[in-house]
Design a protein around this ligand. Structure first.
Ligand code: NDP
Length: 309
């Protein structure tokens, strides 16, 4: 165990954690940033077109810029999974790999995990035709027919990206879509993409690999089969909150970390930021995640100063 007691440990190195680190450095907080995937889920986004100052930029490139900025200001980044956070007296003990780090305060920037469909065939074909990451896996579907499932921005951007490789992309969603109209324009202009509304996916079939999806129309339920070699599941995410729960942090009914306007949780000296929180009206965007990280770091600074910890 290290003997240093940091002012702050930020857990999670997505945009919110990196944003928190940038502000923590500006406040001269002696801090560590620990995360197993620098840049988080954003690194999987093919193109980001709503980050101020960048008309269009691959998610990975944007996150490399964030990381560079955090490093430039002196951030110490530990690339590791955090397995537990315990409070021992006034000090938090954060276990990451074989090491334990101590700190006076915590910011939980834990991000989200892909939501699963929970239908027959899903578990069986993960990595055998089913993917939750279009950016990572699209290239494996060159000249193939694939289905993208979902009605949000992730599904739309996945369909556009996958169409650069696949022969045909069917985008199936349930009753409503909530993607940005500009994505819809791009999809409608793309002859490889066929959007099918009001479909409920029931099963993914195959032998060794994905061979078909079975779905029904929501207005006229009757099983239909679409022969495809790939399925991209892009149906949103769920918050990754196990570490928070173990610390006694309160969650809302959808399991998001409840924060106040200072990004403070119910546990003293524990703050949270980004997609995992109830903050920013749950408008889960990079721009709001970074802003929450900045607010959380500012709040830690004020709290430590007031408590003379
Ligand atoms: P969203 O929550 O926006 O959308 C999830 C979609 O999945 C909905 O259409 C939902 O349909 C559908 N869905 C949920 N469960 C199921 C199910 N069991 N079966 C079929 N469909 C299901 O999630 P996204 O991942 O698309 O986006 C998350 C956030 O990230 C958003 O804020 C988005 O704007 C942002 N984002 C932005 C991007 C960009 O602009 N570059 C790219 C990707 C994400 P239903 O309504 O029927 O439940």
């Amino acid at each position: 165990m290290e003997n240093t007691i940091y002012d702050l440990i930020i857990v999670g190195a997505g945009p919110s954690g990196l944003g928190a680190s940038i502000y923590a450095s500006r406040y001269k907080l002696d801090h560590l940033l620990i995360g197993n995937e620098i840049g988080g889920q954003v690194t999987e986004a093919a193109e980001i077109e709503n980050w101020a100052g960048e008309i269009s930029i691959p998610g990975k490139t944007l996150m490399e810029k964030f990381q560079h900025h955090a490093h430039h200001l002196g951030a110490q980044i530990v690339e590791s999974d955090v397995s537990s956070i315990l409070k021992n007296g006034d000090v938090f003990e954060v276990v990451a790999g074989k090491d334990t780090y101590k700190s006076k305060s915590i910011i939980l920037s834990l991000g989200m995990k892909p939501r699963k469909m929970n239908i027959p065939g899903e578990d069986k074909f993960i990595g055998k035709g089913i993917s939750y990451c279009a950016t990572c896996d699209a290239m494996f579907f060159r000249n193939k027919d694939v289905v993208v499932i979902g009605g949000g921005d992730a599904a739309a951007t996945a369909a556009i990206h996958v169409s650069e490789f696949a022969e045909k992309v069917y985008l199936l969603y349930r009753e409503t879509s909530n993607w940005e109209p500009s994505w819809e324009d791009q999809m409608r202009a793309n002859s490889k993409i066929e959007i099918r509304c009001c479909k409920n996916i029931k099963e993914i079939k195959g032998d060794q690999k994905v061979a078909a999806v079975v779905y029904e129309s929501m207005d006229a339920p009757k099983d239909e089969t679409l022969d495809v070699q790939g399925v991209f599941i892009e149906i949103g995410s769920v918050p990754g909150v196990v570490l928070a729960q173990n610390l006694g942090v309160k969650l809302d009914e959808q399991k998001y970390i409840i924060v106040d306007q200072a990004q403070a949780t119910n546990v003293e000296f524990v703050y949270a930021s980004g997609d995992v929180t109830t903050g920013s009206n749950k408008f889960r965007q990079i721009i709001t995640a970074v802003a929450e990280g900045a607010v959380a770091a500012g709040s830690v600074y004020k709290k430590l100063k007031l408590s003379k910890k």
